[in-house]
Structure formats: structure tokens, C-alpha cells
Design a protein around this ligand. Structure first.
Ligand SMILES: O=C(O)CCC(=O)C(=O)O
Ligand SMILES: [Fe+2]
Length: 365
């Protein structure tokens, strides 16, 4: 079926004009963790963080009242402006930055270019995997840049600031988790050195309103590929599947908070102690269904050459006998490549492709 033209909407990127998140939908019970308290090395807060990472793998991070959090909120606001301008570029201009034919993960993906299920049903959002020159690697001159629209290259400084603010907050999260897991100091940050080559990047997402008679999943259910994801939502639509249940429930966006979730690498590093939860994006509910949905994501991945295997020490224990050094374990780079390819319509061959691109959703302790 042809994909309907859904490009016009009474609301666009100005959050003050969005209708409120409805009160009558089932929402996920995300724990709130305070960035300020983590920075202050509050032991209880470290415990709450660890508990949230074990139980659901999704939590709210309260950014308010601490300099690093407020800075990230401001930088994210600037990115919402840039994202609106990016998606307003003509379709033909955006398509120039679709590099998927070359199996390059970064770049633009138009509406319907990915599948949302094993039957090959098409997605309902467009996105930009901020590629060099706005990946962390490019900003740090770690890999050669791919072409990007001048809108993006002209705003390199704002993008670099946004990335740096994320990295500051992520360092706090990694250090707090390292303490809570009783691992040697610096264990997690050593796998995510800012100056090393990795697949960390920003993503802009725009989902146009869907027709009332035909609302479906806009972004397929998945677990994230990397370590930690920092997400800013302004309207609903994000859903998580609660552990032990097949039901999907909404995540309510909260001003002043990021939604943070764990990706597959954290499951691998902890032998399944921490959780990378399935999530997806559907049409926002209630009056928000008529809004254009924008979301801003920063994916933090382990360094490209890091092998995704269990760490030892502290709560993770020692290597079990028979558990080898698993040299076979994928590197972070290989994991990302396998996971993203098969969801592209171009490379999708059928249900087996869907199965082959799954993450750690089966891993439970
Ligand atoms: O847009 C959202 O709220 C979630 C996006 C997401 O899960 C992703 O890009 O991996
Ligand atoms: Fe995700």
C-alpha cells in the first residue's frame, strides 16, 4: 500500500502548543533518578540507579537544579530547533544523505524505508542518524566525514556542545553504575573513552500524524544496540513492554527530565544482570495523535573494538569455569552493523532477517 502523505499538521516543533499528554492511558512506572544526587555521590541514589537498570532498564533522569543537567536541557532545546529546520528541508535534499545502499548506518532514512515487523510492514517516521560531521568521531577527527547538509555543518558548534553535555552526564551515569556494581573505579568509562572511535551519535526523529483510521507502529519494537541512550520526548508515543508481560505501555514525557535507557552492551557486560528493554514508538494517544512528533536521541555505544562480553568483579563475580575469554564475542562495531542492516527495506528478505537482527531481548537473569 502506498504510504499516505502525512506531512501537514496543526502542531509542529513548538512544545508550548502541544496538547497535553492524556491522563487516561496506562503509563510505565519509571523510577526517577536525580543527576544532582548522583554527582554528589549519594549512595541511595546509586542504589536507585542500579535497581532501575536491573528492573526495567528505563528511568527518568532529573536534570534540574544542577549545572550539567541544566546545560544539557538547554543544548537539547537548541537541537529541537535544528531538528525542525533539518526536517523542513526538501525531500530530495534529505535523500542525498541516505547512504544505506553503501551499508552505512549514518545518514537520512525516509518514511517507510525500514520495516516494523517480520512481515515487512513499513515504518512511519523519518530520521537522521547524525553522521559525520556530527558524529562524535568526526567532531574529534577520528574518521573521515560523510557529506551533510550545510544546515548541519553550519551548526557544528551547537552539535558539538550537545554531544559534550551528553558525554558529561553519561560519565556520571557510568561512574555511578560502576560504584553500585562494586567494580574497580573507571571500569565502565574505560570502555567508553570519549577520545576513542565509537558509534556514539545523535538521532533526530520526526513522525508525522497518522490517519485516524490507520494508526500503527511508527518505529519498530527493538532494544538499543549500545550502552546508554539519552532521549528527549515532547509528546507521547514511546512505549515499553513491561517485564514478564506482552502489554505495551506509554512512557510519559516529563519536562526537565531525560528518559534514559540501557542498550544491549550493558546486558552483555553484566551477564544479563542489567536490562535492555524492548520499546517502540506508536502514534501518540489522545489529542496528541494529531501532532508532529519529534524526538531527540543520543546513543552512547562502547568503543568500536570493545568486545561485548561479561566483565568480572564486584556484583558480577568471577569467570565461571568453562566460561572462556569469549574471543568470539562480537565487537561493538560488528553488533551495530548486524543489528541495523536487516531492518532496512532494501536488505529485508523475510521473517528470518527479522530474527537475525534481534538484540538481547531474550536475555534474562
Ligand atoms: O522516539 C522515541 O521516543 C524513541 C526512539 C528510539 O527508541 C530509538 O531511536 O532507538
Ligand atoms: Fe530505541
Amino acid at each position: 500500500m502506498a504510504i499516505p502523505d502525512l506531512s501537514s499538521s496543526p502542531w509542529d516543533s513548538n512544545p508550548s502548543t502541544y496538547p497535553p499528554f492524556p491522563e487516561d492511558v496506562h503509563t510505565a512506572p519509571l523510577v526517577t533518578v536525580s543527576l544532582g544526587k548522583l554527582e554528589a555521590e549519594d549512595t541511595d541514589e546509586h542504589g536507585s540507579l542500579l535497581a532501575a537498570c536491573k528492573a526495567l532498564g528505563f528511568f527518568y533522569l532529573d536534570m534540574r537544579g544542577c549545572t550539567n543537567g541544566e546545560t544539557l536541557l538547554q543544548d537539547a532545546d537548541a537541537m529541537f530547533g535544528l531538528m525542525g529546520d533539518f526536517f523542513a528541508l526538501p525531500g530530495a535534499e534529505k535523500e542525498k544523505y541516505d547512504f544505506s545502499a553503501r551499508e552505512v548506518y549514518y545518514g537520512y532514512k525516509g518514511v517507510g524505508a525500514e520495516v516494523i515487523d517480520k512481515n515487512g510492514t513499513r515504518d512511519r517516521n523519518e530520521l537522521y542518524n547524525a553522521c559525520p560531521p556530527i558524529s562524535k568521531d568526526d567532531i574529534l577527527s577520528l574518521s573521515p566525514p560523510l557529506p551533510a547538509p550545510s544546515l548541519i555543518t553550519d551548526n557544528r558548534a551547537a552539535l558539538a556542545r550537545y554531544m559534550a553535555s551528553n558525554n558529561t552526564v553519561l560519565t556520571t551515569l557510568f561512574d555511578s553504575l560502576t560504584i553500585a556494581l562494586a567494580l574497580p573505579p573507571g571500569t565502565l568509562t574505560a570502555l567508553h573513552r570519549v577520545a576513542a572511535s565509537s558509534g556514539c551519535h545523535a538521532r533526530f526523529i520526526r513522525a508525522p500524524p497518522q490517519p485516524p483510521h490507520d494508526r500503527r507502529t511508527a518505529l519498530a519494537e527493538h532494544t538499543d544496540f549500545g550502552s546508554l541512550t539519552v532521549l528527549f520526548n515532547r509528546v507521547g508515543g514511546l512505549q515499553v513492554q513491561l517485564p514478564g508481560s506482552v502489554a505495551w505501555v506509554y512512557v510519559r514525557p516529563r519536562p526537565g527530565h531525560a528518559i534514559v535507557n540501557l542498550g544491549d552492551a550493558m546486558v552483555k557486560f553484566t551477564g544479563g544482570l542489567l536490562r535492555s528493554n524492548l520499546h517502540r514508538v506508536v502514534a501518540p494517544s489522545g489529542a496528541q495523535a494529531d501532532a508532529v512528533r519529534y524526538s531527540l536521541v543520543y546513543f552512547c555505544r562502547p568503543e568500536h573494538e570493545v568486545r561485548l562480553r561479561r566483565l568480572t568483579g564486584g556484583l558480577l563475580g568471577e569467570k565461571a569455569s568453562g566460561e572462556d575469554g569469549d574471543e568470539e564475542a562480537s565487537t561493538s562495531r560488528e553488533w551495530i552493523h548486524r543489528r541495523h542492516m536487516g531492518r532496512k527495506v532494501k536488505f529485508f528478505k523475510g521473517p528470518e532477517t527479522w530474527e537475525n537482527t534481534k538484540g538481547t531481548e531474550g536475555v534474562r537473569v
